[in-house]
Design a protein around this ligand. Structure first.
Ligand SMILES: NC(=O)c1ccc[n+]([C@@H]2O[C@H](COP(=O)([O-])OP(=O)(O)OC[C@H]3O[C@@H](n4cnc5c(N)ncnc54)[C@H](OP(=O)(O)O)[C@@H]3O)[C@@H](O)[C@H]2O)c1
Length: 292
């Protein structure tokens, strides 16, 4: 059985879609508040993963007793500006709750945790970070991801490092940046997008599919960059969306990260690129591209 913690988020919705499409397994889907609608393969449970009583209840009442639980742990407090504003609350969810979960739930066949390119910090001269490179985050969110990675890998489980992810939201009531771009361009309004901030960006569907492929595989490397082949700015992505919508490219206005005041409060690396050759080698792939 798959257990998806934080299942009603952007990535969680695509993870559920891909488990259903790629496997015959049942899913225990965990969300923070309000129950979801059960189906024959998806059972929803709600509760706060930072509450030890809820984790105990999950462990005793809901997890498969046959040790065959495959856990995807997506719950996080992850907006860099909010992490900086509420560091203790963020640490509680990102680090303490994760550590308690991993140390108290013992019926796990697999445990995969999504980390982020933010652990690497700034890419110099277009360098693509490899899994073995030293970590050098530029903000507190990145430091929390480093701490979380250590907990997961020291316990013997797996992390995947994702880049900036984008796609239409499948999560009811949650609008992703992709949806904002589509609404803005669709209404004929201009949108500003960074031209000089590069990421190995990927869409949520491909990111989730690669994760499930890894989980369905035999042993895989403990740390993997799961990202696309291309170095893309948000402006590049905006142009692709404009083309897809068949609206004028002029509606996408290139701006520099030097002008990010008022958009971001906390420092971000201007560019973070990742090398995906270990992932390709592991899964026997030749190409991984952003699909919009
Ligand atoms: N999106 C990206 O570009 C990206 C890139 C790299 C890594 N990641 C990582 O991927 C993971 C998922 O990200 P996402 O984009 O899917 O974010 P998201 O939409 O905010 O999903 C996070 C989910 O965790 C749930 N959650 C938060 N605190 C919880 C708690 N205490 N108990 C139970 N559930 C809780 C949230 O529920 P509520 O919505 O009800 O609060 C939400 O469903 C995060 O670890 C993030 O750092 C994302």
């Amino acid at each position: 059985m798959y257990v998806v913690i934080g299942a009603n988020g952007f990535l969680g919705s695509y993870v559920i879609k891909n488990i259903l499409e790629m496997t015959d397994e049942k899913i225990l889907a965990v969300r923070k508040s309000s129950p979801g609608k059960d189906t024959d393969r998806v059972k929803w449970v709600f509760g706060d993963i930072s509450n030890p009583l809820f984790v105990e209840q999950l462990n005793k009442e809901h997890l498969d007793t046959s040790d065959s639980n495959k856990i995807v742990y997506l719950a996080a407090y992850h907006h860099p500006d909010l992490v900086e504003k509420n560091p203790k609350l963020a640490w509680d969810i990102n680090v303490t709750a994760l550590s308690r979960f991993i140390n108290s739930v013992d019926k796990m066949e697999k445990f995969f945790y999504p980390s982020s390119d933010s652990v690497y910090g700034e890419s110099e001269h277009g360098y693509r970070f490899k899994e073995t490179d030293p970590l050098n985050p530029v903000n507190r969110y990145g430091h929390h991801k480093c701490a979380a990675e250590s907990i997961v890998t020291e316990y013997g489980y797996n992390i995947v490092r994702y880049p900036f992810l984008i796609a239409p939201s499948l999560a009811p009531g949650k609008q992703h940046f992709y949806d904002t771009i589509v609404h803005t361009l669709g209404a004929g309004r201009q949108i500003e997008m960074f031209k000089d901030s590069m990421r190995s960006a990927l869409d949520f569907d491909t990111a989730a599919r690669l994760l499930i492929q890894l989980m369905e595989n035999g042993p895989v490397p403990q740390k993997l960059n799961v990202c696309g082949d291309e170095d893309l700015s948000k402006y590049d992505i905006g142009i692709r969306i404009a083309d897809k919508l068949r609206v004028s490219r002029d509606l996408v206005k290139p701006i520099s990260v030097d002008n990010s005041a008022g958009i971001f409060e906390v420092k971000r690396a201007s560019s973070t690129l990742m090398d995906n050759s270990l992932l390709k080698q592991t899964l026997g792939l030749t190409e991984i591209r952003l699909k919009l």
